[in-house]
Design a protein around this ligand. Structure first.
Ligand SMILES: Cc1ncc(COP(=O)(O)O)c(C=O)c1O
Length: 374
């Protein structure tokens, strides 16, 4: 019997990416410049406003002695440190060049043409970019009141769904699924669908109903929890994220992981950051204290504040000319305060504002009260 011949292809005049790639809207990072300000107050990227741990910095500097050698591709020391810290099985961890890479790898490992992912309508852009790059269809469930709905997510799942992504708490919404909702979502999914719980901001949550999903991931065969060193650990520049996976998923993802995807400096700094409980506690306390204050103050100005469990708040502005979110963003920039417009998330009437230091938060409220009063 002869082999079936491969489909023919008309040669284009220049190299063309595969279908769908040029339909992807590129990820747009938060602004970091405000005209006329050498050091503007950057509240646009949900970074750690306290900087990073001194111990992590020392580890990073010390790593300069080993710039000529390749890192440990398995990140064994970091693997053990994360496993000990979070009480996880080391072999089930996958490390990435930021969570971004881990999310891409999950999409790559599971999707082929015709498959789909399900996520919330305001879900993080990396899920959909990664899925489209792997030729997957992206299905977005409505988020009434800026919250994920288990029912709406499950409604979109069909036999070609391979991954469901939830952000816990959400970016840019700051809202979360309760432990009961998370369990209900998991129970409603067929066993071959991977539930990815992105816990990038989980360390900032203080609501007793919040659950980052690690207990579920410890026992279920189809739950992955991702975490990052970019937020509470203050290492966004170094790019370290990880996923806790069922063993067979860790095995699959590790096969396509670039072999040296986390650097020596990043691994060492992450180990030191993990051990610096004091820095982590101060970061948490700062966010919890000023998040409550900011929500109350901005609500007092008549703005529509979405209750947040993350290190930022999503704030709705009136549609009236002179008071819109876009005008507020420009007004704040003229005062040296950079916040994040989220029109690209489908939220043109909102701004996302990272919780700052006391003086930042106070300056922001003064500026917004001037903006709204003017
Ligand atoms: C929801 C969410 N997930 C993941 C990430 C990516 O984190 P990392 O810096 O580890 O790539 C971010 C970064 O902003 C995020 O907001």
């Amino acid at each position: 019997m002869s082999e079936p011949s491969p489909p023919t292809r008309v040669r284009p005049k220049r190299p063309e990416p595969k279908p769908g790639i040029l339909d992807i809207t590129p990820y747009k990072p938060g602004k970091s410049k405000a005209e006329g300000f050498a050091r503007p107050i950057k509240l646009s990227a949900n970074e750690n406003i306290l900087g990073s741990s001194d111990k992590a910095r020392a580890a990073y500097v010390a790593a300069a002695e080993r710039m000529n050698v390749y890192p440990d591709g398995r990140a064994d020391a970091l693997r053990q440190a994360v496993a000990d810290h979070f009480r996880l099985e080391p072999e089930r961890l996958v490390f990435g060049d930021g969570t971004d890479e881990v999310l891409h790898l999950l999409n790559q490992a599971f999707l082929e043409l015709g498959d789909n992912i399900v996520m919330g309508q305001y879900g993080f852009g990396a899920y959909s970019i990664g899925a489209r790059a792997s030729q997957g269809e992206v299905r977005m469930a409505p988020e009434p009141d800026y919250r994920l709905s288990v029912e709406a997510l499950l409604k979109l799942v069909d036999e070609r769904t391979r991954l469901v992504f939830v952000t816990q708490p959400g970016n840019p919404t700051g809202t979360f699924l309760t432990r009961e909702d998370l369990n209900a979502l998991h129970q409603g999914l067929p066993p071959d669908v991977v539930l990815v719980i992105d816990a990038a901001y989980a360390e900032f949550a203080d609501d007793p109903r919040f659950d980052e999903g690690l207990d579920l991931a410890r026992s279920a065969q189809n739950v992955v929890v991702t975490h990052t060193f970019s937020k509470i650990y203050g290492l966004a520049a170094l790019r370290v994220g990880w996923a806790y996976c069922p063993a067979h998923i860790a095995d699959a993802v590790d096969r396509i992981r670039p072999p040296f995807n986390t650097s020596i400096a990043a691994q060492d700094a992450a180990i030191a950051a993990l051990a610096d409980e004091d820095f982590k506690r101060r970061s948490f306390e700062l966010v919890v204290r000023w998040r409550a204050w900011l929500q109350q103050q901005l609500g007092g100005l008549g703005l529509d504040v979405v209750p947040s469990q993350a290190n930022f708040v999503l704030v709705g502005f009136p549609q009236a000319p002179g008071r819109t979110a876009a005008e507020a963003e420009a007004f704040l920039a003229r005062k040296g305060l950079i916040v994040r417009g989220v029109a690209n998330y489908g939220l043109p009437d909102h701004l996302r504002i990272t919780i700052g230091l006391e003086e930042h938060n106070r300056a922001l409220v003064v500026a917004l009260s001037e903006f709204l009063g003017g």
